[in-house]
Ligand binder design. Structure first.
Ligand code: BGC
Length: 751
């Protein structure tokens, strides 16, 4: 291991030296960064702003020609600041060695990767985890991911995605925390804490990245990469808050975004990157572009060529270029032509070096390269235990009529039907980092551990052909050859567990859909089974809200299980057999019909919110207004009663609201009490409801708890049209309850 030496000589002399390994002891990071910056050439500075994708077999011989050869040369010359998608101690070490020993200054690389919901041991998809509303569990899940990722040489994840989205057609909703900025902020903070820990320089923590700044979740018509055109109220009050929250919690990096925002691509948007992020919010980490998003400004019609991209992106404050090569190819010329001020380059490089220092890479570039840790920690049993806990907490009981669940342990003749029941791959979800294909415990495997009375029939495939690139042709819309076997099995069974939903790759980046129904022939299969046996437990497995109005009307019991990761089948079986009482609450509204999308609980009233006559009010003529399942909805095997709403508004600055929650059922259960407010009259119209507090707790039968929330100006205020945070006096409604639609209501005056 090569240690950096600090050489106390004047900067001038340093500037003449080559291959200087310069780092001081007992100096602040800022001082060290300045010293280093002072001896860097313009080319070397720009090199730090360049990120390449993993490009050749590091363990193999150096490439002799083409793109890889050029990148290899750039590494040796110090023209690369970071790489992504290179992982494994051996690979990381070799690449780091090349840069540290061959480049003039030996500035270590930072190694980034999309560790979105686990590295090797997969946790539930982020939308699923968010349904737990359990911040400690979410933090732990991110911690586990960081431990595994850091043990394979990585020191930076491109997560969490904190894009709020109200549109289930957008495939990337699986990657976020759903539709609400308050919940999304809390979850974002938990994830950053989990990844970065208390000390980001520790060998088992990694830098996090808030993405995608900004507005990506509001792509028009839910089509990925599409135009984003939002008003200031939505931008400041819905889109920005989770980013602001985690910038305030010291997230080390931010990723910009593919989309345009009100006409300006995010990568070339200095309002977003300079005015808001770096100035107003005083963000002191660095901004990475999204993959080729600089280059894509040409297609947007914002930049005329790659050179122009370099100028626009650098001026707008995009510090590191992921895979556009705009900076490495053109930034030097652009600076020399006076189109980008050198101070902007220095600022970008300072930010990047600062994060590298904070990660401890200058103390030891191989800090994250430890074969022993790699072999001991990857897929460790403790990690599986943690993701199992997380998976159980992520499950949402949507409906349980006739108490079909939990199943009795001695339940006879259980039919398990659906291709997803036996699928060991789909539960790993999209964005699966280094997961091993087919490594999830399937629902069938989980159930078979509980009971010998289980018989399986596939019924129908979800997709046919290649899973990775799902399109309308790969969804199984025609093959019903397994129906008969499933129907016969259902006929002779006491209960039927039907596992239906989406293949694991049906959501995620580039997987937008116009249809949210059960894909392919699965709806038909459900209806055919229902004809012969109505004791159906529908287990949904999916990466986004689905439209299942027929199931809601006919099927007595419905369980939302998302894509739960490696321990999927164990978690689902424990819930089905009652060893774990479900406690999840929806982080995103489930529509009745895709035509209602975007649909969300915190909407604004129109001037005609209710039926004033048969025609002229805000409604659809062919569908109800309300959702199938609202935000915050989720049942339990027990029941909670809310009484005694108390409001104390005597102190304007700390208003207290509380309720008593009692478990009036027969089993212990966890509840999430949710607090919503409505600012009745304001200078900028406020939503009909806004989540401003929640608490998750467990109650035994007959046990009760007084839950109290405080409302300060932070919760009662909002951003005006200029982005100023203001708090106004007036009447506020409050509701505390079990979902966004059910609770005790009251109101108070804020003087
Ligand atoms: C995604 C990012 C991701 C990056 C690197 C892009 O396509 O939008 O979220 O971090 O690729 O894999």
């Amino acid at each position: 291991m090569k240690k950096y030496q600090f050489i106390l000589v004047p900067v001038l002399i340093l500037a003449l030296m080559t291959n200087v390994k310069l780092i001081g002891q007992n100096r602040t990071i800022e001082e060290k960064v300045d010293s280093l910056l002072a001896i860097m050439t313009l080319e070397e500075k720009i090199g730090q702003m360049n990120q390449y994708n993993g490009f050749w077999e590091v363990t193999g011989p150096a490439p002799e020609e083409g793109d890889a050869k050029q990148k290899y040369e750039h590494l040796k010359k110090g023209l690369v600041g970071s790489v992504l998608n290179v992982k494994g101690v051996d690979e990381v070490r070799k690449l780091q060695e090349l840069v540290v020993s061959e480049s003039r200054l030996g500035i270590p690389l930072i190694f980034g990767y999309d560790v979105i919901h686990g590295h090797r041991t997969m946790a539930p998809i982020p939308l699923g985890e968010s349904a737990s509303w359990d911040l400690k569990a979410i933090e732990k899940s991110a911690r586990v991911a960081a431990i595994e990722a850091s043990s394979v040489g990585l020191n930076w994840t491109f997560a969490p995605m904190v894009d709020i989205s109200r549109d289930a057609r957008w495939g990337r909703v699986m990657e976020g925390a759903g539709e609400d900025p308050f919940l999304g902020s809390k979850i974002g903070i938990a994830r950053v804490k989990g990844f970065q820990g208390d000390d980001v320089s520790a060998y088992n923590t990694i830098a996090a990245c808030a993405k995608h700044f900004a507005g990506y979740g509001f792509s028009e018509s839910g089509k990925d990469y599409n135009t984003v055109d939002v008003g200031t109220s939505t931008l400041y009050n819905i889109i920005f808050p989770p980013f602001k929250a985690i910038v305030d919690h010291d997230v080390k990096t931010v990723m910009n975004s593919f989309n345009i925002l009100n006409g300006i691509p995010a990568t070339g948007n200095s309002f977003l990157q300079r005015d808001v992020l770096k100035e107003k919010w005083a963000f002191d980490g660095f901004i990475i572009s999204d993959w080729g998003s600089g280059f894509e400004m040409i297609a947007h019609g914002f930049a005329k060529d790659l050179k122009h991209v370099a100028e626009l992106a650098a001026n707008a404050g995009s510090d590191m270029d992921m895979e556009s090569s705009a900076y490495v190819k053109h930034l030097k010329t652009v600076v020399e032509e006076g189109k980008v001020d050198i101070r902007k380059i220095d600022d970008a490089v300072r930010r990047i070096l600062k994060v590298k220092y904070e990660l401890g890479l200058f103390d030891d570039p191989y800090r994250y390269c430890n074969e022993k840790r790699e072999s001991e920690l990857i897929g460790h049993k403790d990690h599986h235990d943690a993701v199992l806990e997380m998976a159980k907490k992520s499950i949402v009981l949507l409906k349980n009529e006739g108490q079909l669940l939990p199943l009795a342990k001695n339940q006879k003749r259980i039919a398990v039907i659906g291709a997803l029941a036996a699928d060991k791959n789909s539960p790993l979800g999209s964005w699966r980092a280094d997961a091993i294909e087919n490594s999830a415990i399937s629902v069938l495997e989980g159930l078979e551990k509980y009971s010998k009375n289980i018989t399986y029939a596939k019924g129908a495939d979800v997709i046919t052909g290649s899973a990775t690139f799902i399109n309308e042709l790969t969804i199984n819309k025609t093959d019903r050859s397994g129906f008969q076997e499933a129907i016969t099995l259902a006929k002779t069974s006491e209960k039927v567990i039907l596992v239906l939903g989406e293949h694991g790759f049906q959501s995620g980046e580039g997987r937008s859909q116009v249809n949210l129904d059960l894909p392919g022939v699965q709806q038909e299969l459900l209806e055919e089974i229902y004809k012969v046996n109505q004791n159906i437990v529908l287990v949904l497995m999916n990466g986004r809200p689905l439209t299942i109005p027929w199931a809601e009307e006919h099927i007595p019991t419905i369980l939302e299980t998302w894509h739960l990761g490696n321990q999927s089948g164990n978690a689902i079986a424990q819930v089905l057999f009652g060893d774990y009482n479900p406690s999840g609450k929806l982080p995103m509204t489930f529509p009745r019909n895709v035509g209602q999308v975007p649909i969300y609980y915190n909407y604004f009233n129109t001037g005609r919110p209710g039926p004033i006559d048969l025609v002229f009010w805000a409604h659809y003529t062919d569908e109800k207004n309300d959702p199938l399942y609202p935000f915050g909805h989720g049942l339990s095997y027990t029941e909670f009663e809310y009484t005694n709403l108390q409001i104390d508004a005597s102190d304007n600055n700390v208003i207290k609201v509380g309720v008593t929650v009692k478990n009036i059922g027969k089993v212990t259960g966890e509840e999430v009490a949710q607090l919503y407010i409505r600012d009745k009259v304001a200078s900028v119209v406020r939503p009909v409801k806004e989540l401003k507090g929640f608490e998750k707790f467990s109650l035994e039968p007959n046990e009760s708890k007084h839950v109290e929330f405080t409302l300060t100006s932070k919760e009662l205020g909002f951003y005006d049209q200029e982005g100023n945070f203001i708090v106004e006096s007036g009447t506020f409604d409050v509701m505390i309850g079990t979902s966004s639609q059910k609770g005790l209501t009251g109101s108070f005056e804020r003087q």
